[in-house]
Design a protein around this ligand. Structure first.
Ligand SMILES: [Zn+2]
Length: 242
């Protein structure tokens, strides 16, 4: 066992014995680390806050590559107080952590954590959680094996495109379209933007409601039909229908 320090977020946890927890921490370089946090449920424990669900920061631990690591200490990077005081935002945070966990398990990619990290930071900074979540969903597609070409018609290369087909792998022009429903031009432009934007650099999200909701419907439908990454917490968001 060696001591390491990793940035990560507690994506889930289970109680262990009287006062402890087993944490699953999604990290960039070390994937999902299972680790025991001894005594963290005690009020005086220095591990208490860093062992809560969605604790986001640097974790110092005795690392075991194939087995349970042990948490030594941690530094919280952002308490996410805005997010945690809002039930809707907590719903998005829960969903994003579950989604990131599932996508990580499929891809084992180092890109999964930074995307999640930027997204939760933006939601904490009061950016629209639905838009941020849709951006993450679109950007995670390639890590679950759905590569999209959003630059031109995937069939013929025409740049005048009218819809998106996950089946065909991207944008489609009027000539190559078969039975896919047409998509509004504004929505088409934004889908491409969502796909390529660096979330950490977003400074303005001025998108009108109908376009925003339309995009959410399209992405949610594609996720249900094609991704195989189904999560419990998505249903909660759907029921809120915000
Ligand atoms: Zn075409």
């Amino acid at each position: 066992m060696k001591v390491i320090s990793v940035e990560g977020i507690v994506v889930s946890s289970t109680p262990f014995k009287e006062n402890s927890k087993i944490l699953n921490i999604l990290t960039k370089e070390n994937g999902i680390i299972g680790c025991i946090s001894k005594g963290c449920k005690s009020l005086k424990s220095k591990l208490r806050l860093i062992s809560e669900n969605f604790a986001y920061g640097t974790f110092h631990l005795y690392y075991k590559e194939n087995g349970l690591s042990t948490l030594i200490d941690g530094d919280i990077k952002n308490y996410l107080l805005n997010t945690k005081s809002d039930i809707v935002k907590v719903g998005y945070l829960t969903y994003l952590c579950e989604l990131a966990t599932n996508v990580y398990k499929e891809s084992e990619s180092e890109k999964i954590f930074p995307i999640l990290e930027s997204a939760i930071t933006k939601i904490e900074e009061e950016f629209d959680p639905k838009i941020i979540t849709n951006i993450v969903e679109l950007q995670y597609l390639e890590y679950i094996g759905i590569n999209l070409n959003l630059n031109e018609c995937v069939k013929c290369g025409n740049t005048k495109v009218v819809t998106l087909s996950i089946d065909k792998g991207g944008y489609i022009c009027a000539n190559c379209r078969t039975n896919e429903p047409l998509i509004d031009e504004k929505v088409m432009k934004l889908l491409r933007l969502y796909y390529y934007v660096d979330i950490s650099k977003i400074s303005n999200l001025d998108i009108d409601d109908s376009v925003r909701n339309n995009i959410n419907l399209i992405i949610s439908e594609y996720y249900e039909l094609y991704s195989g990454v189904v999560t419990k917490s998505k249903k909660f968001l759907k029921d809120l229908d915000l």
